[in-house]
Structure formats: C-alpha cells, structure tokens
Design a protein around this ligand. Structure first.
Ligand SMILES: C[S@@+](CC[C@H](N)C(=O)[O-])C[C@H]1O[C@@H](n2cnc3c(N)ncnc32)[C@H](O)[C@@H]1O
Length: 261
C-alpha cells in the first residue's frame, strides 16, 4: 500500500485506511483563520465548527495509529488566536496526552504592537497506549567542540576515552525544538505559505519511528513529510486536497529521487 500520495479530503480518505497501521502521524492541519488569504484556512463559519471537524479527523487518525505510536498535531497561536488552546483541551479529554512540543522558529513571524512578537508553534503529541516507541538517541543534539573540551576538563571523570565518546554522542534534545523557519528566499521553499522545514519534520520522524515504519500525514501540503520519510527510509502516506499542492509535492518527491540516483 505505501508509499501513497492521495489527493482528497482528509476525513474521507482517513476513513478508508486500516486500524493500527501508522507508527507516527504528523498532522499540520489548517489553523483556523490565521492565514486570512488562504481559502483552506478560512473554510469554517465558527470556531466550534472547526473544533468539531478536528475531532473527526483526529478520531480517525487515532484509530489508524499503532498502539505504541505517536500523533503530532501542529497548532499556532499568534496574533490573538487561541483556538488551538480549546482544541488541545477538547482532544486531551478524549485521547491520551503525551507531550507538548514547542517549535522555536528562531525568528518572530508577525508584528504585534500590543505584545511580544510570536516566535513559536506548538505541537500537541497524543499517544494511544501506555508504551510508546521513542528513539531518544536518534535526535541527540551535538555539543560544539569548545563545550566538549570544557567538559573534558572535569576532573571527576577518570576514563577520558569513555567520557569523550559519551560527549561526542551529544545531549538529549529538550521538548523545545529550535529549527529556523523557512523564509521566502530559503532554497527549500516551494510555494506553500505554511511549508514546514524538513529539519523539523526529520526530528519528529526520527524520534518516533524506525526504518520501514509507516508515517501518515493527513494534510501533506507541499509534501514535506513525504520527502522527509522517503529520505529516512520510512514508508509514508500523504493526503492533500489541493491539486496545486499535490503537484508541488510530486515534484519535490521526484527531485529527491533524482538526487538519490
Ligand atoms: C498547514 S498546511 C500543511 C503544510 C505542510 N505541512 C507543508 O509542509 O507543506 C495545511 C494543508 O491542509 C490542506 N487541507 C485543508 N483542508 C483539507 C482537507 N479537508 N483535506 C485534506 N487537506 C486539506 C490545505 O490545502 C493545506 O495544504
């Protein structure tokens, strides 16, 4: 069945997928009235319609998730939107909360005169069962050379070779993931207004799956999750309703194939 790029509505297409098959779900849904010029972000009359819609596709996603899998759901606060807070509250009453990751975008993303400039997005993580697959070592953060040398001067560690090997593995990542957001001039940018950086999606895939596992993205957009999964030897299924974005995703995947051959 995988790898599949499906053009269609997320809820309808998710309903056709079998139970307990995806190891990780990476969902970057419409935010609800944040990107006011995008019809896909303003398609609900009220926040309550949006929340009911989200409960529907999240319910389907959790059915498709494996018992030890993780479901990552992006959400944004920003100007004065707070719908994602309501969404997190609704979803965590029905599904098991696992973590709340902060994606630190490194630069602010809109000008607020009446508060600090927003710089992060949240990623709600839901789990299905008590035991989850999580590869902490796969997403370690390297120390820079100066820090390694400073730590090597710590006299408590007698076995210098073991100490160096330990430090060279890097440190465990925190749940604040700092990955610079894509700017208009980024080489990676390909024409989607909320395209996520590959470096961020790589981390989510690496921590939650092994090679060969299935990654599902119900809102594939420009194809970031599919490209990351393919590059990391995971299987993937991506759903996207917009024809134009499907075309962009196909092009990114064929460029990746060409670069690997
Ligand atoms: C926030 S964007 C995803 C961006 C993506 N993560 C990327 O890196 O390019 C949300 C996407 O959901 C799509 N979308 C909106 N409603 C949908 C629906 N009912 N079913 C499937 N896709 C939908 C939009 O066309 C948009 O591309």
């Amino acid at each position: 069945m995988p790898n599949q790029l499906i053009q269609g509505d997320a809820f309808t297409e998710l309903s056709k997928l079998p139970d307990a098959t995806a190891q990780a779900i990476i969902a970057d849904p419409p935010y609800f009235n944040v990107l006011e010029d995008e019809a896909w972000d303003t398609q609900w009359k009220t926040a309550s319609d949006y929340l009911a819609w989200c409960e529907g596709w999240v319910g389907q996603s959790m059915r498709i998730l494996r018992d030890d899998g993780l479901c990552f759901i992006f959400g944004q606060l920003g100007k004065r939107e707070h719908t994602f807070l309501h969404l997190m509250s609704r979803l965590t009453r029905k599904h098991q909360f696992h973590d709340l990751i902060i994606w630190d975008r490194a630069v602010g993303y809109n000008e607020r005169r009446d508060s600090f400039t927003p710089q992060y997005e949240m990623i709600l993580v839901l789990r299905k069962g008590e035991e989850t697959k999580f590869n902490k070592d796969a997403v370690r953060v390297p120390y820079d050379a100066a820090t390694i040398e400073a730590y090597m001067r710590d006299k408590r560690y007698k076995n210098k070779a073991a100490r160096r090997a330990h430090l060279e593995k890097g440190k465990y990542a925190t749940n604040i993931l700092r990955v610079t957001s894509l700017k208009g001039i980024s080489k990676e940018k390909c024409g989607h207004p909320s395209q996520k950086p590959l470096a961020l999606i790589d981390k989510l895939i690496l921590c939650s799956t092994d090679e060969g596992d299935l990654v599902l993205d119900p809102f594939l957009g420009s194809g970031t999750t599919a490209v990351a999964a393919q590059k990391l030897n995971r299987q993937w299924i991506g759903i996207e309703r917009d024809k134009g974005y499907v075309k962009i995703a196909r092009k990114r995947l064929s460029d990746l194939d060409a670069s690997l051959n």
